[in-house]
Design a protein around this ligand. Sequence first.
Ligand code: ATP
Ligand code: NCN
Length: 204
Amino acid sequence: MPTGPRHDKGRRRLGVMGGTFDPIHHGHLVAAQEVASQFHLDEVVFVPTGQPWQKSHTKVSPAEDRYLMTVIATAENPQFSVSRIDIDREGLTYTIDTLRELHELNPDTDLFFITGADALAQILTWRDAEELFSLAHFIGVTRPGHTLADPGLPAGGVSLVEVPALAISSTDCRARVAKGDPVWYLVPDGVVRYIDKRQLYRGE
Ligand SMILES: Nc1ncnc2c1ncn2[C@@H]1O[C@H](COP(=O)(O)OP(=O)(O)OP(=O)(O)O)[C@@H](O)[C@H]1O
Ligand SMILES: O=C(O)c1ccc[n+]([C@@H]2O[C@H](COP(=O)([O-])O)[C@@H](O)[C@H]2O)c1
């Protein structure tokens, strides 16, 4: 039984998974896959942030490393792709710019922005919040430790989706690497090797 909005024949359905992806982990991949399946998406494009303004107090790895880890993690899935639009845009990253650009690049396409329950709860603080809902349908996915509650967003503009719980966060992955603990099976194998090769998260 489809749970997504009405499927308009002839229009492509593109999922957009934005994130810092420092590093990308299996929680992100499972969330994207589950939404793609429930909403009958043709493709999900992962969009690593350039400079996430709400993480300005946190040290973020170089965009090129986060982009390459996202490419490695998604390479085997024909339904997944990765976009450079946020990391190639100058200045701070705002989702309104991401969606405007994707909208122009993809005519005859409905956009579905996939985000965690924690991020969705903050969406009214995002830049040009009202216009966001005219550009995409927003899908909030469950995340262990965060309650999936409707934060009073425009009716019809938001869906909430249960995804199989994976208690993984990028923060925890970085802390594990810094301590010398393994991240095998929390992130894809190629990402473990990339972190090792580039010596990411050591000494943090
Ligand atoms: N385990 C998970 N299950 C479901 N959604 C997740 C999970 N981890 C992250 N997300 C969602 O994916 C999106 C991108 O996440 P992000 O790149 O910030 O990863 P993160 O694990 O939240 O990172 P950090 O711990 O550094 O804040 C966010 O909307 C976030 O809520
Ligand atoms: O546009 C905004 O103002 C805005 C504020 C905070 C987060 N976002 C987007 O939400 C997505 C998840 O962000 P994060 O920080 O949880 O990785 C990512 O695509 C960010 O660009 C967007």
